[in-house]
Design a protein around this ligand. Sequence first.
Ligand SMILES: [Zn+2]
Length: 154
Amino acid sequence: MNLSPHFTLEEMIKSQAGDRAGIDNMPSAAHREALRALCVHVLEPIRERFGPVMVTSGYRCVALNRSMGGAPNSQHMDGEAADIEVPGMANADLARWIEAHLEYDQLILECYKAGIPSSGWVHVSYKAHTPNRKQELTATVVKGKMAYTPGIAK
Ligand SMILES: [Zn+2]
């Protein structure tokens, strides 16, 4: 089932962690609509500019989010967020391009290590019905916990 010209529901709900834990990761109709808005307004423009986008985590039901150690208020549970990469592109460059060109709610460069282009990933969210905050953060693991600093790290 296509949510937008180049993105399917299947890739937005696929989770190896969920499969391994036997979790049925099915979104409600409202969450599917949120995923569709994310695909149309964020993922499609990235694909148009750079080619195929790899979605490493999209929708997460409550059980899946908990099993993955996701934030208790994660937008992944609302179908509003995806973790993405563009093969061959530094994740910091991808985050900065999104920051400069797209409407989004929250943009996080996660676990990126300067000098290692493929390290980490980009978390991006989009709200279809309430104003987008346009918040940028960089997340790094400090003593086993995610620590967030404002802005996209250089
Ligand atoms: Zn995420």
